[in-house]
Design a protein around this ligand. Structure first.
Ligand code: GDP
Length: 294
């Protein structure tokens, strides 16, 4: 991922970086090229526009044009703005000492169930007592898939029955937790191929009942800008708190990942980097920016 974008940006910045002095016209040309490169990588139009506007504004503020090492200064400004666009400091979901309930939401195929298993493995390795709740009653094999993953990780799973009322799920969860202490409960909720009202109602009802402290949207990097439209709709109905971007190991152009933070206003907590249970990494904007710029 990010390969084509990375190569283009590197080309542009290599040229700029070599100049000890830059004219206004040279900076303008470089910014136009950067904007094009971002748009070609499927970065959201407004995000690309803002990106270039901010770098240009800072370049003017620092009066790089005509100054010594002007090229290097512009390169640094672009690097810093990439980090900012990706979310600045790396952020993690809030984890209290106990009573954590997290919701996993997203469209079918995004990698929700897989990411639920990965999170269980990640937090178990940090000493958390994780319980998974298999509440994806929509995709036929999802609950069995989660059970298999839970077994591999070595954590218990509570399966929601077809048509089970949210109040009943709450009751069964409370009952479970009375006999087996768990400090992190991760709920794999129902996904659909497309957003529909019935799905949103179902999700909102379960959310009201279980009152999760984090609602994490799992989005597929391969679906590009569409992933961000999906995020907007989910956010309206079941207020999101953060994102997990999957399939970062694929050959997506990267625009969705680059735009996600700005478009949704929510941090990217994790990136999915393979199909395996170990393929989940905390998202570090500075490392991703470094990777893009090589
Ligand atoms: P769900 O319908 O959202 O629960 O989707 P699944 O968890 O079943 O994932 C759909 C497909 O995407 C499966 O084949 C997963 O193995 C695959 N997948 C999930 N996350 C990643 C990832 O980060 N990288 C890759 N390469 N594949 C992934």
């Amino acid at each position: 991922m990010f390969e084509a974008l990375g190569n283009k940006l590197q080309d542009i910045l290599d040229r700029v970086g070599r100049e000890s002095k830059l004219t206004d016209a040279q900076v303008k040309t470089a910014m136009r090229e950067i904007r094009m490169a971002l748009l070609e990588a499927d970065v959201n139009f407004n995000v690309a526009k803002d990106f270039v506007a901010k770098v240009s504004e800072k370049a003017v503020g620092q009066e790089v044009t005509g100054s010594l090492n002007a090229g290097q200064t512009v390169v640094k400004l672009v690097h810093d703005e990439l980090i900012e666009t990706l979310g600045g400091e790396s952020k993690q979901p809030t984890l209290k000492t106990d009573g954590n309930v997290w919701f996993m939401v997203g469209l079918q195929g995004a990698g929700k169930t897989t990411s639920t298993g990965k999170l269980a493995a990640f937090y178990k390795s940090k000493g958390r007592r994780v319980l998974l709740v298999a509440a994806d009653t929509q995709r036929p094999a999802a609950r069995d898939q989660l059970e298999v993953l839970a077994k591999q990780v070595g954590v218990p799973v509570l399966k929601v029955a077809d048509g089970e009322a949210p109040q009943e799920t709450r009751r069964r969860l409370d009952e479970y937790l009375r006999t087996d202490y768990r400090d992190l409960v991760i709920v794999d909720t129902a996904g659909r191929l497309q957003i529909d009202e019935a799905l949103m109602d179902q999700l909102a009802d379960l959310q009201t009942e279980l009152a999760p402290s984090e609602t994490l949207l799992v989005v597929d990097a391969m679906t590009g800008q569409e992933a961000l439209n999906v995020a907007r709709v989910f956010d309206e109905r079941v207020k999101l708190s953060g994102l997990i971007i999957t399939k970062m190991d694929g050959d997506a152009r990267g625009g969705a990942a680059l735009s996600a933070r700005s478009v949704t206003g929510h941090p990217i907590y994790f990136a999915g980097t393979s199909e395996k249970l170990t393929g989940l990494e905390p998202f570090y904007p500075d490392r991703v920016a470094g990777r893009i710029l090589g």
